[in-house]
Design a protein. Structure first.
Length: 189
């Protein structure tokens, strides 16, 4: 249980890894093609699972997927698929593994960088929600983003996953109004 007196979003819970993710990463603007590719992949792997599960496995995912460097993952072949499916340190879901590799191939050959593409769907800033109940699961922008990603050939990118990506990478600020985190700055504080 946390002993500090900071007011956080209710979902951040009492687990240190979850609190650190909430305090230091979630909702803070994230830039760069490879960094955003990592989050796109992890959001897909999270689908149907707890985000805590993904956080606990993130170091293993990074090792297994070459640090989520788009150019490196785009070169993965059948031997890599076999290796990934046999790796107990990550989520061994064939469809999600295949989607991550296929998405790297699409991102590498796209006429627009992943950063520019994703951020072009960021909505205008809005006031923070007062409660978690006010936070949507999908928005017009996340639906449009998912549609565009699918049109380009990306997989595992529905509107809910797209919105979770937007939240995680600071395209929207869904920290509740009382939360201490200031997403306008990097790092804690």
């Amino acid at each position: 249980m946390t002993t500090d007196t900071l007011v956080r979003c209710p979902w951040s819970g009492d687990t240190e890894i979850y609190r650190a993710y909430h305090d230091e990463e979630w909702g803070r603007p994230l830039h760069g093609d490879d960094a955003l590719f990592e989050r796109l992949c992890l959001e897909a792997f999270q689908s149907g699972l707890s985000w805590l599960t993904i956080l606990r496995k993130r170091a293993a995912f990074r090792a297994a997927f070459a640090g989520f460097a788009i150019d490196r993952v785009a070169e993965f072949g059948d031997a890599d698929r076999v290796r990934l499916l046999a790796d107990p340190a990550i989520v061994r879901n064939r469809a999600k593994i295949d989607a991550c590799i296929a998405n790297a191939k699409v991102a590498r050959t796209s006429d627009i960088g992943l950063h520019e593409l994703l951020w072009s769907f960021a909505p205008p800033a809005r006031p923070r929600p007062r409660t978690v109940a006010e936070i949507p699961a999908i928005t017009t922008e996340s639906t449009a983003l998912a549609k565009e990603l699918k049109r380009r050939g990306f997989r595992f990118v529905g509107p809910t996953t797209a919105y979770a990506l937007m939240q995680a990478t600071g395209m929207v600020d869904d920290h509740v109004a009382e939360c201490w985190v200031d997403t306008r700055h990097t790092g804690v504080g």
